[in-house]
Design a protein around this ligand. Sequence first.
Ligand SMILES: Nc1ncnc2c1ncn2[C@@H]1O[C@H](COP(=O)(O)OP(=O)(O)OP(=O)(O)O)[C@@H](O)[C@H]1O
Ligand SMILES: [Mg+2]
Length: 422
Amino acid sequence: MKGIPRSIGQFFGGQYYCGLDIGSFKVKASLNRVVDAQTLELLAVNEADTRGLAAASINDISDFSSCISAAMDGVLRKTRIKVRDVHVGLGGEFIDTRLSRALIPLVERGNKIVTARDLHHARQQARMLGVRLDEEVVCDMVQQFKVDDVNIALNPIGLYGRKLEVETLLVLANITRLRNLTKAVQQAGFEVNDVHFNAWAATELMLDRRHRNDGCVFVDLGARTSLVLVFKEGLLKGFRKVEVGGDLMTQHIAASLNIPFQLAEDIKKSYGRVLDGKSDLTQDVGLSSEEILIKKDAGFVPVKRDALSHAIEPDIRLISDQIRQVVALSGYEGQLKSGIVVVGGGSLLAGLMERMENDAHMPVSLGRNIPGLNSAAVYCISTSLAEMGYKNTLRYKLDSQKPKDWWDGFKAKAEELSNEYF
Ligand SMILES: Nc1ncnc2c1ncn2[C@@H]1O[C@H](COP(=O)(O)OP(=O)(O)OP(=O)(O)O)[C@@H](O)[C@H]1O
Ligand SMILES: [Mg+2]
């Protein structure tokens, strides 16, 4: 969802780009500097507790705005760089999804070559048909193209046909919530340059052509929601928003040890470990004898470390089951050669990646390693948002394309126009 640039500078693009990932647990900010078209140097990251937000609605705009300020101030103070606008990303709680379809005629009689304009037109139709009055389309992700009722695996451009059908997953946000979000960002002293769906920005930046074609599962394990996306043959083949994340695990630890949420959160991060899923639950991972001391009213009490693992086991199983179901529904079970790619703070839980590997029988890797950053899983989305900001500018086009690319682009456009009208 791109707003209208407010200045030529914003349209052309500058040297610094800031991504702001609005999560239900933390607001994360990343500041990147353009080195060249292929390299964006990460200058600083920062996070702040999310406040003033309940179930994706802003219930206290000054609280929400001050947590955005806190996240942004951290990066700006570390780097002493001023930025005016931010590239905002919305997480699972903020968005709804809906499948939409559109069928457009390409030509009255005979057939014609499908062009990029036809694709754009069909997608535009699907967006218009699927959106309600109180919603805005944050992005659309194509799931299928059909030319003359025949499924086209990758890209229909260049094929002859009479009609083009597209099926897309619309990612939608409530207009009032978006307005309030923009207002909160402005109150914090910044402008919203554009708004993306976090998982879309992350997959655009982290999954290369091989991942998408060979097939992979992308999982964002957040605090309240986990998003599962399946890609194959270059397109999105499955999606599910699961209302399970790190918060639920913390709640289960808090309930089973009878301790406050914040203490359970600290203990989860320091001592939590996921069972490997291979062995018998009663004697797994050799942790049963290990004890930790927890501060309670009466003083310190010893707790077996495996009690933490057992408390979160139902949540881990739920996540594994959901991943399995989405993959099965996509129809590509056993064919996703690039495995599972995970991001989000939830994936930092010790042993989780190994457990996912065991449950799904697929290799699991982190979306992105950021050298020098321990918690890359937390910041890789805000970093992707900053990069997306740069990639949407004219400056990126100028930086990345050689004169030959411009010439090839011009020739392709001329060919497209000649196919369209002659
Ligand atoms: N080192 C760690 N070990 C275990 N869990 C962790 C660790 N660091 C963060 N988490 C968990 O990650 C979750 C927060 O992740 P993240 O910042 O990606 O969520 P969010 O983006 O705010 O939430 P959402 O995407 O659901 O809106 C919390 O539940 C937190 O407990
Ligand atoms: Mg998130």
